[in-house]
Design a binder for this molecule. Structure first.
Ligand code: GTP
Ligand code: MG
Length: 336
């Protein structure tokens, strides 16, 4: 009855199709050889791992430095103080024999914090088309994420269509069409400057008549503080509901992992405006700090469906709490 978009990583990459040639990494349902390295390169990963190897003694100084690392990597005050209070208490009770034991516990704490928001996207079989509305601030990675998702869904055997709901930025329609071409999926678009709600309405109608499984709607980037533009999103949702009262079935907020604590404000405002059902945190590769995922888990509570770990069509991972912490902070003794 349900289709879960979560798979165990497989050992062997599947045969590449020509579109894959543009990226260096294998598909999201396959273990990326380097995606953990990309996470580990984050500020949180680097600082905490360095602390582990440089600080031999269990003392207050270690905890102070850990606290600074967590805060500077965007873990946020709430999540950081919870972690530190617990570690301090356990250290005083002499629960840890050495520094690696403390770090092992830290990893467990972090996984526990992320567990509640680890919920894979489900595409219900009986719902056709299953409509995803993708929203977020400018440049967060919405259109790229849609391209990656379309790729993935196609691999799962789903019939996918895209709606070019970003009618604001001149090149936006072309950008989505490029992703459509690479994935061999149709893109429903109108002229520049058309009304976003009407494009998406037409696209749902087209997806219904073609009996498509999934429709993913792109939208223009907007600041969460721009009330008029946030109202426009609410209108998009209302108009979608006219064709299918249960649509959108998933409202995804795409957040740039480098946004810092502002990510919390974005999530709150978008949630209030359109009722989010899932998050995608992008750009966790490269220079990301990495900690914002914990702040989102602790303070927003909306499931993180996917993480983006690169610009390529295949650089998307289903969010998995254990896998994420593993990637970020390799187990003591497991430092590559
Ligand atoms: N490194 C990295 N770059 C990413 C990732 N996701 C997206 N990008 C890049 O971020 C930039 C913006 O991506 P878009 O997909 O155009 O962002 P958008 O939210 O659609 O932007 P607007 O439509 O202008 O609001 C592009 O250069 C993407 O290649 C990611 O996971 N990692
Ligand atoms: Mg875009």
């Amino acid at each position: 009855m349900f289709r879960f978009f979560k798979r165990k990583p497989e050992a062997t990459p599947a045969a590449a199709d020509p579109a894959d040639a543009v990226t260096a990494s294998p598909a999201p349902d396959i273990a990326l050889p380097n995606w953990r390295d990309r996470l580990r390169g984050s500020l949180l990963g680097r600082q905490v791992s360095a602390l582990l190897s440089s600080h031999p003694r269990l003392d207050d100084d270690l905890l102070d430095q850990l606290e600074t690392s967590l805060l500077s990597a965007d873990v946020g005050v709430k999540a950081t103080s919870e972690v530190l209070d617990d570690l301090r208490r356990r250290m005083q009770a002499r629960e840890f024999g050495d520094v690696p034991a403390l770090f092992k516990h830290l990893r467990r704490q972090l996984v526990t914090m992320l567990r509640p928001i680890e919920q894979a996207l489900e595409i219900r079989d009986g719902v056709k088309p299953y409509v995803l509305l993708v929203v977020g601030v400018n440049g967060a990675g919405k259109t790229t994420t849609i391209g990656k998702l379309a790729k993935w869904m196609k691999r799962e055997g789903l019939d996918v269509m895209l709606a070019a709901g970003d009618t604001f930025r001149a090149a936006a329609v072309e950008q989505l069409k490029t992703w459509g071409d690479r994935n061999h999926v149709p893109v429903i678009a109108q002229r520049d400057g058309a009304d976003s709600a009407s494009v998406i309405f037409d696209a749902i109608a087209a997806a219904k008549s073609r009996n498509a499984d999934v429709l993913i709607a792109d939208t223009a980037g907007r600041l969460h503080t721009q009330a008029g533009l946030m109202d426009e999103l609410a209108k998009v949702k209302r108009v979608m509901g006219k064709l299918d009262p249960s649509a959108p079935h998933e409202t995804l907020l795409v957040i740039d992992g480098n946004t810092g604590q502002n990510a919390l404000n974005q999530a709150r405002q978008f949630h209030q405006a359109v009722g989010l059902t899932g998050l995608v945190v992008t750009k966790l590769d490269g220079t990301a700090k990495g900690g914002v995922v914990f702040a989102l888990a602790r303070e927003i509570g909306v499931p993180i469906r996917f993480i983006g770990v690169g610009e390529g069509i295949l650089d998307l991972r289903v969010f998995d709490a254990e896998e994420f912490v593993d990637g970020l902070l390799p187990e003591p003794g497991n430092h590559a």
